[in-house]
Design a protein around this ligand. Structure first.
Ligand code: SAH
Length: 366
């Protein structure tokens, strides 16, 4: 091959990039033990690993030169062997109600979205767990993007770290809550989501309280059982939307293979193990689930385990196939549930003007 040839150059660049990425590993793929081993093999003191780990997972360092308690020699050693693949907030949109939506570019160029939701008392980060989603819920905009891949633990962590910075910068207050209600189904990316949560909640990481973190799921029964067995400390929200199998299956195909009965058994197990109330997310749609029969079915489902219900406002995503139910229908649900001692809240949407509300995340502007 003639190296001066203009056609050869891109090939050579490509090859040298490949060699480089092969040699320089993503440092955040290493556990603390692996980092320790690295330093020992390179003749450095083992405690360096702990220092680096804290820079990565506690102080969210994006560059080895930020690690100022390491000597230049150690920093160079790290640069020779590793890279930090931090996500980039590519586009930030602010809603009239203060909500911020981030379009986040991953190192391979794919994009996900995450949202900062401010209220008087809280600042909540809503994060994505997958690029796209495989679940095909008929009312959700993310379902229209096919699932491209799972997010890595560091990519989930970075969304939180970025929102933590925005929270201080724009609101002068710390981030208080985290919800896995962005793109994707967290329980179909189980290992990476659990690893990210560990980094977000551990004292060696962001040290956020587990009780302020909520994983929201369509309700994959066997994964709920697995979480319960692992003794997790965060909250569980289940996107229920109907407590009648035929109705739920018609809007959420997952219900065909994961029925309400299986879900209920898993939730009973969850409660037995964790003693944590479950939150049901539920949209009331016109002519779909807005009658008393549906509300009574929900009430019956609520008897399985201690729970609360969030009636979520519907965010239209398209041609009007689904429509928000009337105020009267919502009141009917509220009255029935509250009368039977079930805490029920109506959750108004935030960030609708920038397509940042539940079910609207669809990389529209990218
Ligand atoms: N896959 C997870 C998390 C993502 S969706 C889950 O299903 O829970 C977060 C919440 O938004 C879910 O309760 C989902 O059912 C709801 N949602 C999806 N599309 C919506 C829409 N268009 N309007 C209102 N809520 C929606």
């Amino acid at each position: 091959m003639f190296v001066g040839d203009y056609q050869a150059r891109p090939v050579l660049n490509f090859l040298s990039n490949m060699v480089e990425t092969e040699v320089r590993r993503d440092i955040r793929k290493l556990s603390l033990d692996e980092l320790t081993e690295f330093f020992v093999t390179h003749g450095e003191r083992p405690f360096r690993a702990k220092q680096v780990y804290e820079w990565l997972w506690k102080k969210s360092a994006k560059d080895f030169d930020e690690m100022t308690n390491l000597s230049l020699v150690v920093r160079e050693l790290l640069k020779d062997h590793f890279v930090i693949n931090f996500i980039r907030v590519d586009q930030m949109q602010r809603s009239a109600d203060g909500t911020i939506k981030n379009a986040v570019k991953l190192h391979d160029g794919l994009v996900v979205e995450s949202v900062l939701i401010p209220t008087e008392k809280r600042i909540t980060a809503c994060v994505s767990s997958q690029v796209g989603c495989s679940l095909a819920c008929r009312f959700c905009a993310t379902a229209r993007l096919k699932r491209m891949r799972n997010l890595n633990p560091d990519e989930i962590y970075d969304q939180v770290a970025a929102i933590q910075q925005q929270s201080e910068l724009f609101f002068g207050r710390p981030l208080t809550n985290i919800v896995f209600m962005g793109m994707g189904e967290p329980l179909l990316n189980y290992a990476n989501v659990m690893s990210a949560i560990e980094k977000i909640t551990s004292p060696q990481g962001l040290n956020m309280a587990s009780k302020r973190l909520t994983v929201s799921t369509v309700g994959i029964a066997k994964m709920i059982v697995k979480m319960a067995d692992e003794g997790v400390k965060f909250n569980l929200a289940v996107s229920l939307h109907s407590a009648l199998n035929h109705v739920r299956s018609s809007i959420m195909p997952i219900n065909d293979t994961n029925s309400l009965e299986e879900l209920a058994e898993a939730l009973k197990y969850w409660y037995k193990k964790t003693r944590k109330k479950v939150t049901y997310e539920y949209v009331v749609w016109k002519d779909l689930n807005d009658t008393r029969e549906h509300a009574e079915a929900l009430l019956n489902f609520c008897k399985h385990v201690p729970c609360k219900v969030n009636l979520i406002e519907y965010n239209p995503i398209d041609d009007g196939e689904f429509q928000q139910a009337s105020e009267a229908a919502l009141d009917m649900y509220m009255d029935l549930l509250e009368r039977h001692g079930i805490t029920t809240r109506i959750r108004k949407s935030r960030g609708k003007d920038i397509d940042a509300a539940c079910g609207q995340l669809a990389n529209k502007n990218n």
